[in-house]
Write a protein that binds this ligand. Sequence first.
Ligand code: UGA
Length: 356
Amino acid sequence: MPLKVLILGVNGFIGSWLTEAILARRDWQVFGMDIADNKLGEVLKNPRFRFVEGDITINKEWVAYNIRKCDVIVPLVAIANPAQYVKDPLRVFELDFEANLSVVRQCVAFGKRLIFPSTSELYGMCPDPLLDETTSNLVYGPIEKQRWIYAASKQLLDRVIFAYGVRDKFDFTLFRPFNWIGPKLDDVFESKEGSSRVFTQFLSNVFHGQPILLVDGGRQRRSFTYVEDAVECLLRIIDNDGQRASRRIFNIGNPASDVSVAELATAVIEAFHCIPQYRHLAAAARIETVDSQTYYGNYYQDIQARVPAIEAVKTALDWEPRTDLMTSIRKTLEYHLQRGDFVATHINSTRTGTGG
Ligand code: UGA
């Protein structure tokens, strides 16, 4: 019998890419729920994919029924944009923590394998040059810095899931995305500051002829990971050959793409320059600096460096990232070019359904 995979938040960045990869490269069936379907495109027509439009906090019976029916559960519903952590921290707690805790408990009750998104944010301001799943400390700022409600919510879920594993031999994998990037991350048509994570925000700034804003000068660093590499790793986690992913925590990131936010801005403009149809946008691009209080408000605190150790995932799953930063940016721009986004006229008013 082919595996049945339940993906909650299937229309999100990770969900939509994972569904596409599963249907293309495995014989599994996918059952998915989300509040929209705009990122799913062609996969909606695939007979091995069953999509239901709905909200997991409302359609609880559908969720419970499908957890019982499926073999592997991938709950991806979450708010994952730092601007939202400081704007609506309780909503982050309710959705990212409370709604997901209920799913986790049902997986435990029905003995289902859980593939759960932890986060690179969990390490907080840990000073380790390489962040290690088993040895790095998790370091957060004071309560007033509400940014940390996301990391704290995710941390407690990690601890709960891990404890079920120890006590009940519950079968799970926790994966920690390190700034996964690519097409469909956030809504590139939305130009408002803070509407997207940095990668989409910078693309959107250039597409809309608005300045790229470097928060606090852009010296802070991230390790950007191309989504297709990352999703290949998720397929191996779900395969779980020899149970090598069971009850494990894996960083999924690209330590070779560790750059400062200022370097990311320069690379984005360079990538625009390399595509003739977008070259005029590169020529018009500007980089400015803004302080974090102005951009995010008082409740924000930043992370200065974040490089994943990836020995664990290399050894267990024989996985390594392959795509460098410039290729990741170019592939994302080529995706938009192919769809005709922002081509010919400076600002294209016909939205083609790429949105977040
Ligand atoms: C992200 C989010 O918390 C989650 O999506 C996720 O769990 C995790 O990290 C991850 O993907 O690994 P962060 O990397 O801080 O957190 O979020 P971004 O919005 O992508 O910001 C990255 C950096 O760029 C921050 O230092 C931010 O201040 C800066 N930034 C952001 C700018 O300089 N300019 C902007 O316009 C936006």
